[in-house]
Ligand binder design. Structure first.
Ligand code: PLP
Length: 415
């Protein structure tokens, strides 16, 4: 199973949170949710990750050995491993330089063996999938709409998740939760998919990890400081329990930044902790701050020499996952920024080996040149300023700032 470079120790952990951490403002008793989202789709199943949701969609649709699944050439491993789990074969199709799917290429690659297609709304920017929807209906193809980057949003009249036979989300990317993916469908009830509940020990681990991540980034004020002392005692107790009992202490590796698929976590429900946190998260606040932070990053970075924003504007209903920036000389800046603790990553950095430069030049280019900078709702203004100053300095060759002063930060998900 492959791991992100932060986990293997190639780079220091991000100095500011790469994905949302809980703060005093994250939750409300009665949260507001006027933003269109995947939660508007009628049938839903709350699982451990986006890759588990893709696996369940393929299984529910009866995809298996001898079938082909059309998959974008610009992808991450966690979109491919569910296809292999079903013993089906991924067939890659072209993505255009602006991340739009190439329907003409899809039509050319389609054979009688093709039974399903995965199509992704990259970085939170929703695509118009109506022509694809129509083609799938005409050809009896199961359409899995990948909303891992687009939990919220609308394209035309359709909200995220309403175009596919199935849709999947990776709720961990948008909410400050440790585990979580969603499988939805407007066409199937999903009632016959069996899920087991995670054990109480895993639930406890999830609750503690969620707090620990937040405290390591100095959220939760005095309460957090007091909790930190308690968490030291918890680590000792946990070590003791692990060595003396056989309680389940490992959560899904998808929550720890691994790219592969843990088969034992496919038919498992989201933990009670993460379900509660998801239920009480304020979607309107998430949408507001993600859009605001995206616009701040765009104003500060979008015009610098040697770069250009991947998307020329932020559409009205878009809730971005990240701020994607095209960097002309990526190798020069990637290492430098990573070593400073800037939380950047490249989606699709490790494409399937069969995706070659010759056949899929656009996907290869996107995977090398697009840097993703976080714009999530839990970034503090001073963290945003620190990140911007260091990126500007790196891109304009000015002397670098000091690394951010955080001692020890738990691993974070990157894909
Ligand atoms: C586009 C896309 N689809 C699916 C997934 C799988 O989501 P998860 O990491 O929750 O398994 C990812 C993961 O990053 C992704 O980026």
């Amino acid at each position: 199973m492959s791991l992100s470079p932060e986990i293997t120790g190639a780079f220091p952990p991000p100095a500011i949170p790469l994905s949302p951490v809980i703060s005093n403002l994250s939750f409300k008793l009665r949260p507001s949710s006027s933003v269109p989202s995947l939660l508007d789709v009628p049938h839903k199943l709350y699982v451990t990750s986006g890759r588990a949701a893709i696996s369940l969609a393929l299984e529910h649709a009866g995809i298996g050995s001898g079938d082909d699944v059309l998959v974008p050439a610009f992808h991450c491993e966690s979109m491919i491993s569910p296809v292999h789990w079903r013993k089906a074969t991924p067939v890659f199709y072209q993505i255009r330089p602006d991340t739009q799917i190439d329907l003409e290429d899809i039509k050319q690659r389609h054979t009688d063996r093709c039974k399903a297609i995965i199509a992704t709304h990259y970085f939170g920017f929703m695509q118009d999938f109506q022509p694809l929807r129509q083609w799938c209906d005409e050809n009896g193809i199961v359409f899995i709409e990948d909303c891992a980057h687009a939990f919220f949003g609308k394209s035309g009249n359709l909200s995220a998740g309403q175009s596919g036979d199935y849709a999947i989300a990776s709720s961990m990317k948008f909410f400050p939760i440790y585990d979580g993916g969603i499988l939805t469908s407007s066409r199937h009830t999903l009632e016959n998919i069996p899920l087991r509940k995670p054990s109480w020990s895993v639930d406890t681990k999830v609750a503690l990890n969620t707090l620990e991540r937040s405290i390591s980034y100095k959220r939760l004020g005095v309460f957090g400081w007091l909790l930190q002392k308690g968490l030291l005692a918890k680590n000792l107790l946990w070590q003791y329990l692990k060595s003396t009992t056989n309680i389940e202490t490992k959560g899904p590796s998808s929550s720890e930044g691994a790219y592969g698929l843990d088969e034992q976590w496919i038919h498992v429900a989201t933990t009670r902790t993460s379900s509660k946190l998801l239920k009480h998260s304020d979607s309107d606040r998430i949408a507001h701050y993600r859009r605001r932070n995206y616009q701040i990053l765009d104003a500060a970075l979008g015009q610098l020499p040697g770069v250009r924003p991947l998307f020329s504007s932020l559409p009205e209903n878009c809730v971005p996952l990240v701020y994607p920036l095209y960097i002309e000389q990526p190798e020069r800046h990637f290492r430098q920024l990573k070593e400073l603790g800037i939380p950047i990553w490249r989606f699709g950095e490790f494409l399937d080996p069969s995706v070659t430069e010759q056949e899929f030049p656009h996907s290869k280019e996107l995977s090398r040149h697009i840097f993703q900078f976080p714009c999530h709702q839990e970034l503090l203004n001073r963290e945003l300023d620190w990140m911007i100053q260091n990126i500007q300095a790196s891109l304009t060759n000015e002397p670098q700032g000091e690394p951010h002063g955080l001692e020890s930060v738990p691993h974070q998900r990157v894909c």
